[in-house]
Design a protein around this ligand. Structure first.
Ligand code: ME8
Length: 516
């Protein structure tokens, strides 16, 4: 069965920040994990470029909207390329194919009687591109989501019959308790639906920067609502409404979103799909919010963390590791350099980096960098059994998106390796003329490093390739099958010297955040 993994498409009204990087790292790691297992996997990311907010940002920057969108979209794409994000497609909602697909979807929903024309009068938040009712507003004026003031808008609009899908949605949530992950987030969605769904305005007449109406409907003053346009990206990217080339990947196995946009993905999106007679995604994974040193990041406070700046200072792979290890999926997390440096020094430098250095050092000293696994089971069956138990447990953590637990368990392998070296002291065995035994311990630890690198690969792809190179093997789905699933030991290690992977960090490498 194939896998389809998505990130939200990011608005092109500003540069990428650490929150965008986080979602992208999670999705990239998951996609890499599935690819490692040999699954036919498609990973999508991209940019969301229509709507009033983008039009206004372009105006503020004194640029034509398309040019502005092109520049910011390229900024996202370049960043993901620099970060070696292994996406299969980068979609832009200004792509012609996407627009055609959205028009097609609109036609299908219209033909089904799920879209009708009426008037809308309500409070609109431009920043969230969302209408609110009087009772939802804070102090009768402000947006309940972002706190900005709302405008009263009265306009002709096409409506999607969201109310029609209330029961079907509730039934779907009940029958698929893991649709929303983590499960703890489901109740807010269910309560929202139980509170009653109003039909959703899906076109606008107050601005023009959006997907045009389909030819068959011919109503030129309307453009499509940005969320209808945006959500459809997940199927238009596969060719919906155009060549359908990759539609066999649908339904998505998991769609990652921040908790801020869960409602759109867990209510509107499934309702649109039901209307289109398409299956629903298997999971919507909603992650928490990142703050900096305990403060919400905002441009006005000047404490926004730029992912490029962090990556330049600390390395992108360290950043990936930190973000995925630090925060249980679904919970909020705090970006503090202290916590980041501590994890680099203790977990990456001490536990992993030193272990590799010791193996390189000992193999060089005792056997001219040539070691093999022939005696590993003879002297270290106990350790190999413990290693295999841990390796067997990892898949469940990843499939349940408990990546922090996955990494925590994975790190137990390094403890086994370090402990074996302390207990069996190969340098003593060498003095006692027990070279076989000494080399068996070195080979045990080399095997542990090799197997751990395979499993760490989705989170730290480049670093683990360097480790694999040092141990003269390659990480791919066949080595995964051989050394993880079939539990074979590596035959021969031709150890290579590599520079230390994780130099210790003594002082913060970036300026501290301004205090509030
Ligand atoms: O919402 N912490 O785009 P967007 C964690 N275009 N994650 C964060 C974050 C933070 N502080 N800030 C942002 C949109 N994110 C729409 C999506 S999808 C059809 C359309 C992440 O540029 C998080 O994943 O505002 C959030 O969902 C996404 O960025 C919002 O990006």
């Amino acid at each position: 069965m194939s896998k389809y993994i998505t990130t939200p498409i990011y608005y092109v009204n500003g540069e990428a920040h650490i929150g965008h990087a986080y979602t992208t790292f999670i999705a990239d790691s998951m996609a890499r994990y599935e690819k490692l297992k040999g699954e036919d996997t498609y990973f999508l990311t991209g940019t969301d470029e229509h709507g009033q907010k983008i039009e206004e940002s372009a105006q503020k920057n004194g640029k034509p909207t398309q040019l502005f969108a092109d520049e910011i979209s390229a900024g996202f794409k370049n960043l993901w390329d620099e970060f070696e994000i292994d996406y299969d497609k980068f979609i832009r909602t200004t792509d012609e194919d996407h627009k055609k697909g959205v028009q097609k979807a609109f036609e299908v929903m219209y033909a089904k009687g799920d879209i009708y024309k009426d008037f809308y009068e309500g409070h609109y938040c431009v920043s969230c591109e969302t209408f609110f009712t009087e009772t939802q507003l804070v102090d009768g004026e402000f947006c309940p989501d972002c706190g900005r003031s709302t405008n009263i808008i009265k306009e002709e609009s096409y409506f999607f019959k969201l109310s029609k899908y209330e029961d079907a949605l509730l039934k779907y949530y009940a029958q698929n308790p893991d649709f929303i992950m983590p499960r703890s987030r489901a109740s807010e969605v269910i309560n929202f639906v139980k509170g009653g769904l109003r039909d959703l305005s899906v076109t606008r007449t107050s601005f023009t920067w959006g997907v045009q109406m389909p030819e068959s409907i011919k109503d030129d003053k309307h453009v499509m609502y940005v969320w209808l346009d945006a959500l459809m990206n997940y199927i238009t990217a596969l060719g919906y409404g155009t060549d359908e080339a990759n539609m066999h990947y649908w339904p998505a196995s998991i769609q990652f979103v921040g908790k801020d946009i869960l409602r759109f993905h867990a209510i509107y999106w499934p309702a649109f799909l039901m209307s289109l007679d398409l299956p629903l995604p298997k999971h919507i994974g909603a992650h928490g919010w990142w703050t900096r040193d305990g403060e919400k990041m905002s441009k006005s406070k000047g404490n926004v963390v730029s992912p490029r700046e962090v990556a330049n200072a600390y390395g992108v792979e360290n950043l990936r590791y930190f973000m995925l290890r630090e925060v249980p999926f679904g919970q909020d997390g705090d970006f503090s350099q202290r916590a980041f440096i501590d994890r680099i020094n203790s977990e990456l430098s001490n536990d992993l980096g030193n272990l590799l250095n010791r193996i390189i050092g000992m193999s060089g000293k005792y056997s001219n960098f040539e070691i093999d696994s022939v005696n590993v089971l003879k002297y270290h069956k106990k350790e190999i059994d413990a290693v295999n138990i841990i390796l067997d447990s990892l898949d469940t953590f990843m499939e349940n998106i408990q990546i922090h637990r996955y990494l925590e368990e994975l790190w137990k392998l390094f403890s086994i390796g370090n402990k074996a070296i302390e207990e069996h002291a190969p340098w003593v065995k060498m003095k006692e003329n027990k070279k076989d035994e000494a080399l068996a311990t070195v080979a045990l630890v080399a095997n542990i490093l090799a197997k751990a690198s395979i499993m760490l690969h989705p989170v730290m792809p480049r670093t683990t390739n360097t480790i694999a190179d040092a141990l003269s093997f390659s990480i791919n789905s066949s080595s995964y099958n051989e050394f993880i699933i079939d539990k074979k030991l590596l035959k021969l290690f031709n150890i290579k010297v590599v520079p230390p992977l994780f130099p210790r960090i003594e002082e913060p490498l970036m300026p501290e955040a301004p205090s509030a």
